[in-house]
Ligand binder design. Sequence first.
Ligand SMILES: [Zn+2]
Ligand SMILES: [Zn+2]
Length: 356
Amino acid sequence: MIAAEAQGVATKGFATHGPEAKFGPFEFTRRSVGPKDVLIDIEYCGICHSDIHQARAEWEPVIPSIYPMVPGHEIVGRVTQVGGEVTKFKEGDVAGIGCFVDSCRECPACTTGVEQYCIKGSAQTYNSTEMDRQTPTYGGYSKHYVIDEKYLLNVNATENLEGVAPLLCAGITTYSPLKKWGAGPGKKVAIAGLGGLGHMGVKIAAAMGADVTVLSTSPSKEQDARKLGAHNFVNIRDEGSAKNAVGFDIILDTISAQHDYNQYLGMLGLEGVMIVVGVPTEPIPLNAFSLIGGNKVLAGSLIGGIPETQEMLDFCAEHNIVADVEVITPARIEEAYDRTVKSDVRYRFVIDMKNA
Ligand SMILES: [Zn+2]
Ligand SMILES: [Zn+2]
C-alpha cells in the first residue's frame, strides 16, 4: 500500500513542448495524496490569455517558460479522495483551483491572506515549481490535480460548472480591485476592454450596484455589453461618443494591447482611480500631469488571495454570475488560442476535461 502511494497519482494531460510546438497528449504523475491533500477529477479548465503567453514563451525573460508545459489555472472538478487530516472537503464536493497552489505560509502576505503576493514567491498552478523549487507544476489541461486543501476553493454550484471555471482567474482578477476601490451604488465604474476579463468586470461591477460603462474600440460589442449588465457604452475611437466618457470614479483597465494610459486617466473624475489588470507587452509612457491634475491614482492588481477568492465565488453564486463560455475538446486548443488572440470568442474558451 505504502509503496503504491509513493508512486503518486498517474494522470493524463495535454502539453506543449516548446514555443512553436503543438499541444499533444502527455502522461505524468501527480504527487501522492498526503494527509492534508485533496485529489480532484478535473471537469473543466478555462483558457486564460496568460496560458497563451506562457505556452508561446511571450513573457520571457521576466517569466521563463518551462517545458513540457501543461497550462491551465481556471479549474473546476470533483473531489475523489481526501487525506486523513483534511477537514474542509469530502468526496463528491465540487472544488476549484486558481492561479497558485501553495506559498510560504509565513510571510506578511501569506499570513494576511494575500498569498498571491507571497514574498518568497507562491507556487503557480503551472509553469512553476512546488515550494521545494524543484518539482514542476502542471496545470488544469489534465484529468487530475493533487492540492493542499488550504489552497483549494469551495464551489457551491453543481450546474454550469464550465461557466464557473473562468471565475478562478478572470473572476477574481476583476472582483478584487472593484471591491478594494469601492465599486458600488452611486459609483461610476468604467470597464476598459470587453474580453475575457472585461466581461467578468461588467457582470461583477453591475452586481455590486455600480453604474457601469464599457469603454471599447469595437462598436459591434455594444449590444453584448448591455446584455452583460452595462448601463452605458462608449466607442472611444468615436470622438462624439468619447466626449461622454468623463467623471468616472473607477476605470478597470483590462486591455492587453498597446494603448494610451493618459487618454484613459483623462476620463477619471476628481480622485478617481484607474486599476491596471491587462498586461501589454511593451512599456507605456505616462505623463505626470495625467495623475497630478485631479489627484488621481494609477493602481495595479493581481488576482486575489484564497479568502477573497472564496468570497468572490460565494458572491457570484449568490448573484448567479458565471462566465459566458464556448466549450471545446482538447483537440481544439490551438484553434482556441488563435481565436483568443484575435478576440474571436464570447468570452472564454473552456476545455471539457471530463470527457477528454
Ligand atoms: Zn489567468
Ligand atoms: Zn509567503
